[in-house]
Design a protein around this ligand. Structure first.
Ligand code: FAD
Ligand code: NAD
Length: 475
């Protein structure tokens, strides 16, 4: 006997569980099948984001930042902290508790919205049917009108430094260390390398990051990347660019990384290595070869602009399809697809997806970089404002960095914004909304910003687009 559903979602990460809730809100009979198992073998909704990604990393970033600030900044505020101690066990317990709470929250939301949550493996059969195998049970058939594939991604392994779960770990492993490594090697100065490198450096590790590219943070606006690099250097993060890792010899008590750069060959002995060189879409054991879903040479499920796959009534969203591997991108695709299945008109604006790196200072951007505008031959205006002139940033003792706003030279429409500074991830939200409404720099200029707030830096940067900044000298 098969169970009938209007919608079956395979994958319960931020793409899948959001799609399931939205589908159920439309009154569609919806199930969400998720295979995630935590290290203690407990199942949990929330996928990578909640169990081994966004949330646990931000918990450790927050804790480690507090520890670091207590060590180096409190004295400047006139606060003495004698006997400051690191209790990593408690830090890790707090982190795990947050993930558990939020995952329990998804189960509660499923119940409230009448989503059938199923722990186990999903396999797409032809004609939008799904074989569901519970973790400890027999396979059963789910007969669905529509299937949404949301199976996420997994870390890329380097053949010359394979994961062993002990000395050479992926990002999940790097979130679970039970002691602070003295010397930590990180391969890849991307988002994960910088965030997790920062965590362990703040807790006392000597962190060396090896990055293959010559250019630091090539995906960010170059001026912002330069500023961030300067700040990380000051913090003691040793970032080596143009470093091609050739081998990693794992010994009893260390790993010797061998790499080459423009100067020649080098050896770097470390206690642990985090490999953070990107993630690849995960579709293992998902697709019956005759189900009709095409996967491209990069392993991504092929979809159109509305996330339809090549098979009728089968959709795919999140990290397993094209576009940035970001939780909020997958969630919005989930909402769009559920709305489309329910017969509503829906679309997603892929041009206005914010990116945030949760280092200190934070780095955040939306829209085009200056380099992209130049390459496209777009005539643009640029305005910027340094946090050094922000009263709020000064009061917070976090006045490094800047806001930069880019606007079309003719229409004045905002084309991008780039921030390196305190709370950049929160600040960028203002520009995201403005861009979604196709606002001009003048719209931001005429918007009243509270004082003293960090948002005044966005106000001033947009004023500076037209040489009208008040709290900076216009050049
Ligand atoms: P996932 O979250 O990977 O969820 C997929 C789910 O599908 C998993 O539970 C998996 O077990 C399940 N699954 C797979 N195959 C099957 C199957 N056949 N049957 C049933 N279930 C299956 N993004 C941000 O936006 N902000 C951040 O701050 C951020 N920080 C990150 C930090 C780290 C350390 C990492 C690793 C990632 C981070 N990301 C962040 C990226 C973010 O986690 C992903 O973009 C996001 O989780 C993708 O969501 P998803 O639903 O597509 O896939
Ligand atoms: P990434 O693509 O951000 O960075 C990978 C880095 O590794 C790049 O700089 C790349 O040049 C470098 N690299 C690749 N091969 C290398 C090699 N052999 N040797 C040295 N360097 C090499 O990938 P990531 O940091 O692994 O993160 C994976 C995904 O997770 C990203 O797509 C990101 O969007 C997402 N994520 C997002 C957040 C966030 O939004 N705050 C946080 C963590 C992860």
């Amino acid at each position: 006997m098969s169970k009938k559903f209007d919608v079956v979602v395979i994958g319960g990460g931020p793409a899948g569980y959001v799609a399931a809730i939205r589908a159920a809100q439309h009154g569609l009979a919806t199930a969400c099948v998720d295979a995630w198992l935590n290290r203690d073998s407990s199942p949990a909704f929330g996928g990578t984001c909640l169990n081994a990604g966004c949330i646990p990393s931000k918990a450790l970033l927050e804790s480690s930042e507090l520890y670091h600030r207590a060590q180096i900044e409190f004295a400047n505020h006139g606060i003495g902290v004698g006997g400051l101690e690191l209790n990593l066990d408690q830090m890790q317990t707090r982190k795990a508790g947050i993930a558990r709470q939020l995952s329990g929250g998804i189960e509660a939301l499923f119940k409230a919205n009448k989503v059938t949550g199923l722990f186990g493996h999903g396999y797409l059969l032809p004609d939008h049917k799904v074989q569901y195998t519970p973790h400890d049970g027999e396979p059963e058939l789910l007969d669905a009108e529509h299937v949404i594939l949301a199976t996420g991604s997994s870390p890329i392994e380097l053949p010359m430094v394979p994961f062993d779960g002990e000395r050479v770990v992926d990002s999940w492993g790097a979130l679970e260390f039970d002691s602070v490594p003295q010397r930590l090697g990180v391969i890849g100065a991307g988002v994960i390398g910088l965030e997790l490198g920062s965590v362990w450096a703040r807790l006392g590790a000597k962190v060396t990051i090896l990055e293959a590219m010559e250019q630091f943070l090539f995906m960010a606006d170059a001026q912002i990347a330069r500023e961030a690099q300067r700040q990380f250097k000051k913090q003691g993060l040793d970032i080596r660019l143009g470093a091609k890792v050739q081998a990693g010899e794992v010994g009893d008590d260390e790993v010797r990384l061998r790499y080459e750069d423009a100067q020649g060959g080098h050896e770097l002995p470390v206690d642990k290595v985090v490999v953070a060189v990107g993630r690849r879409p995960y579709t293992e054991g998902l697709l019956d070869p005759i189900a009709g879903v095409d996967v491209n040479e990069r392993g991504l499920i092929e979809v159109d602009d509305e996330c339809r796959t090549t098979a009728l009534n089968v959709w795919a969203i999140g990290d397993c399809v094209r576009g940035p591997m970001l939780a909020h991108k997958g969630s919005e695709e989930g909402v769009m697809v559920a709305d489309l299945i329910a017969g509503e008109v829906a679309e997603m604006n892929y041009d206005v997806i914010p990116s945030i790196i949760y280092t200190a200072p934070e780095i955040a951007w939306v829209g085009k970089t200056e380099e992209e505008l130049k390459a496209a031959g777009t005539a643009y205006k640029v305005g910027s404002f340094n946090f050094a002139a922000s009263g709020r940033a000064k009061a917070m003792d976090q006045d490094a960095g800047l806001v930069k706003v880019l606007a079309d030279a003719e229409s004045d429409q905002i084309l991008g914004a780039h921030i390196c500074g305190p709370m950049a991830g929160e600040l960028i939200g203002e520009v995201v909304v403005a861009m979604e409404f196709q606002a001009s720099a003048e719209d931001l200029q005429r918007t009243i910003h509270g004082h003293p707030t960090l948002t005044e830096a966005i106000h001033e940067a947009s004023l500076s687009v037209d040489g009208r900044a008040i709290h900076a000298i216009n050049r």
